[in-house]
Design a protein around this ligand. Structure first.
Ligand SMILES: Cc1ncc(COP(=O)(O)O)c(C=O)c1O
Length: 362
């Protein structure tokens, strides 16, 4: 019997979530964010499953776009960080990609291209505006200059794009400030626009845009409070089994550093998964683990290859009982919350050693 620890990727759930996104998107176009290996879910399988439903794809960097083209993806691909150098510009042109331009340094790169390369990029540019997140984008006060420099390159109607810093919080005043600036800038310009990510769409933060850029919701993550009424399905599940079981007396401690001490005589199940498999080492005592049909609390520090769980109240647990670390029984966001991080991080930092299985069930 091989080590039972594995991940399942449910492409049926991915397609279901894309249909939910479509139903929320009205007549807007949808772009699937598949950067960072499709948020850890596997680029090729996810891109092919999403291709029939999505209008375009978004990646962070040129290399990811090249991978998508080599896999046979034909839709437009937007590069969210844009070119770092002239080689990137040539890769973008060769792969017939779209690119974000977020700075005057990048406009300067475009100015260094040949006339035919400039022409090739004319309909592919997305100009990023900094409406308040202060991470990337042209300052509002510099937009006229940026647009006029693009115009002299033959780029008259870039798609305008911005990113909201706090879309997860529907009531955030930062959203209101960013949306106000966005409206002021875009209303006077007749150019296509792109504004919302998953949480922004779920929270209906605005309908003033042509393109949604959606990532986390496609994978079934609940970055927004309204997920309880948005029927998304988790695409990834992390599974393992109980590999050892022992009873310990009250007063004994468990695991490295003896971080947890039993207050009563206890039954401790050891599960074959650890931070070497991508389970977060920072998970606190009490992080929920689903074992043999029950939610049980993690106790003791997460090791590289194992965790320990208090199953005292669940007499049916045996060596070989199935355990789900995250998936449909325990959401990755809940585990992340117990580990002081976000689900995005857990999903995107899975190591190669954990085997993967693709399924297609909705
Ligand atoms: C610029 C930009 N747009 C869209 C997205 C997609 O966001 P989400 O995965 O929350 O839908 C991201 C994700 O990091 C992003 O950086």
């Amino acid at each position: 019997m091989p080590r039972p620890t594995h991940i399942t990727i449910n492409l049926g759930a991915l397609k279901h979530n894309a249909r939910v996104a479509r139903s929320l998107s009205d007549d807007k176009k949808m772009m699937a964010a598949v950067k960072a290996n499709a948020y850890g879910h596997g680029l090729s399988a996810c891109a092919h499953a999403l291709a029939p439903v999505m209008d375009a794809f978004a990646v962070a960097v040129c290399e990811e776009a090249t991978e998508l083209r080599e896999m046979g993806i034909k839709q437009p691909i937007l590069i969210l960080e844009g070119p770092f150098d002239l080689d990137d510009c040539h890769t973008i042109i060769k792969n017939k990609c779209w690119t974000v331009i977020h700075s005057f340094e990048q406009i300067e790169l475009l100015e260094g291209l040949s006339a035919s390369d400039k022409l090739a990029l004319a309909d592919s540019l997305w100009l990023k505006l900094d409406t308040g997140m202060h991470r990337l984008g042209i300052a509002i006060s510099d937009i006229t200059t940026a647009l006029s420099r693009l115009r002299s390159l033959g780029i008259d109607t870039p798609t305008l794009v911005t990113h909201l810093a706090n879309a997860e919080r529907q009531d955030s005043s930062l959203n209101l400030e960013q949306l106000k600036k966005w409206r002021e800038v875009t209303q006077g310009l007749s150019m296509p626009t792109s504004l919302l990510n998953s949480a922004g769409l779920i929270h209906h933060l605005s309908s003033e845009c042509d393109w949604h850029r959606l990532g986390y919701m496609l994978y079934g993550g609940s970055a927004a409070a309204r997920m309880d009424i948005t029927p998304l399905l988790p695409v990834m599940a992390m599974n393992s089994e109980v590999m050892a079981l022992r009873s310990i007396p009250a007063g004994d401690s468990v695991g490295y550093g003896g971080r947890w001490t039993a207050e009563r005589d206890s039954m401790i199940a050891t599960i074959a998964v650890g931070y070497g498999d991508g389970y977060p080492r920072t998970a606190r005592n009490g992080t929920p683990v689903y074992i043999d049909g029950q939610i049980c609390p993690l106790v003791g520090r997460v090791s590289m290859d194992m965790i320990t769980v208090d199953v005292t109240d669940h007499a049916s647990v045996r060596v070989g009982s199935a355990a789900q670390l995250w998936g449909d029984k325990v959401s990755v966001d809940t585990v992340a919350e117990h580990a002081q991080t976000i689900g995005y991080e857990l999903l995107t930092r899975l190591p190669d050693r954990i085997p993967r299985q693709l399924i297609d069930e909705a």
